[in-house]
Design a protein around this ligand. Structure first.
Ligand SMILES: [Mg+2]
Length: 226
């Protein structure tokens, strides 16, 4: 096996959002409250939305949202405004290991890509403002079709196609359970990046089924051995 393609998640893998859970949970609540005047579901209910993949339709309908796609339009609008403010205020964190790792991968001729559940326009905005765009061969944010978001494998499959790379020659590096599940489903090697060196979240996969890095530079060791 030779690794010829390294794919990444974006948020909290390359770029850190402070208090991420709170950031996105507040967005859900704002949309329900301010855009739809609906009552706020329990924390467990709200959390279920992030891992739902195609199930989001039934979850949102249960909450009283009649048009689930409209919910994501409203959500993305609010996310866009909030994210631009974070960038403007210098609160988005570009992790130290990102640029050196990307430069080295580029120099080695390894193909690189991003598959993010964040909307395209926010992904592009983040990459531009952090001067990251030029490091990637392909970037895929979420367009209009919410049903292909991770943990569905569609985004990863699409990028592999565009890069003309076989799944067996690719890895996907991400910070969350949906990343690992999507990678598994796409038959690429799932790598969990855990810079805090502790698994604070309950991961859905047996730790034997994914590789764990605490620094992105570990990819080079991994590539040498595989
Ligand atoms: Mg992430």
């Amino acid at each position: 096996m030779t690794i010829s393609c390294v794919l990444f998640d974006l948020d909290n893998t390359l770029v850190g959002i402070p208090n991420t859970w709170n950031y996105f949970d507040t967005l859900i609540q704002d949309v329900l409250k301010m855009d739809y005047s609906l009552s706020i579901p329990s924390i467990a209910e709200r959390n279920s939305l992030w891992r739902s993949g195609k199930e989001y339709v039934s979850i949102l309908k249960r909450w009283g949202v009649i048009d689930p796609n409209d919910f994501w339009i409203k959500f993305d609008q609010r996310d866009g405004i909030k994210r631009k403010k974070l960038i403007k205020d210098g609160q988005l964190i570009l992790y130290d290991d990102v640029i050196p790792t990307l430069k080295k991968l580029n120099n080695m001729g390894i193909k690189t890509g991003i598959v993010s559940n964040t909307p395209d326009f926010i992904v592009d905005y983040e990459l531009d403002h952090l001067n990251l765009s030029s490091f990637f061969d392909e970037v895929l944010g979420l367009g209009d079709d919410q049903s292909i978001c991770k943990p569905e494998p569609d985004g990863i499959n699409l990028i592999l196609d565009q890069l003309k790379c076989k799944p067996s020659n690719a890895v996907f590096i991400g910070d969350s359970p949906v990343d690992l599940i999507a990678a598994k489903r796409a038959n690429v090697i799932p790598i969990f990046i855990d810079r805090k060196k502790k698994e604070s979240r309950k991961l859905p996969l047996n730790s034997e089924t994914y590789i764990k890095f605490t620094d992105l530079n570990q990819i080079f060791d991994f590539m040498e051995k595989n």
